[in-house]
Design a protein around this ligand. Sequence first.
Ligand code: R5P
Length: 295
Amino acid sequence: MALIVPGPASPVLSERLAQLMSLPRAKVNYRVFPDGESYIRIEGEVKGDVVVAVQSCSPPQDKRFFELLQLIDASTRAGASRVIVVCPYMAYSRQDKVFLDFEALSSRIVAKAIEAAGASSFVTVNIHSDLVLSYFNIKALNVDAFRVVARQLLDKDLVRPLIVSPDRKRYPEAQVVAEVLRGEASFFDKKRDLLTGEITTEEKMLDVEGRDVVIVDDIISTGGTIANAARILSKQKPKRIIAVCIHGLFVGDALKKMAEAGVSEVVSTDTIESEWSKISVAEAIAEVLQGMLEG
Ligand code: R5P
């Protein structure tokens, strides 16, 4: 038998997966000690079962990550035959390589720890860099949710949609969204100062007047990348600017910053659960899980 073990960061997605896949959900007792340490206990039998542990590593990342390790450890101790980790948002994946000498290779640390805790396989959604998957020795799969997101945008009756990636690296994803929406795709060139973290986006004229523009990115963190792109686009008189991402971290005043730059709507998915996570990636994950459970 297989069952869902929900982590404290992903109760909604866990429930959606359990319903879609008709799997039972284990009861998990989470507590935080007065000094801030986390406690996790699986209540009930998982002996011989395949556990699907669902936990996003959204902010506070380090705490969520440690809870994920606890879920894996508790599942193996409780006798699970396999532990499939579903980590819809994998923190630290932007540190996928060493950019400056003597930096910690954070994403590799995360991968190695998940493996060492006892995971048998790993599933994530739109990981920032595929390189991170190569740091696992266990099976590690990435689910692409950009088509799911694009299909949801079809309801918005977009006018001559232009899908813009705020960074050349995400242009392929913008093209996927444009294909579903029967629109066009374009991109900006963005640079990040490795020491200060400051972002600069090159000005570029695009054919946006009177059109609905959808800016797509994998992650929105401080909102700086989207705000830069939106400021350039706003000057060119689009009808609307909508910002869409898979992982909405929305740190600090990110939403205000994007709104001030001309973004009228922000949409994200339930890889990180919040009031903006209007699109669910559950079906896309369930499809991959089904194959793993049958295989
Ligand atoms: C970076 O390369 C990512 O794809 C996102 O563009 C970035 O993480 C967004 O961060 P922020 O919202 O802080 O600009």
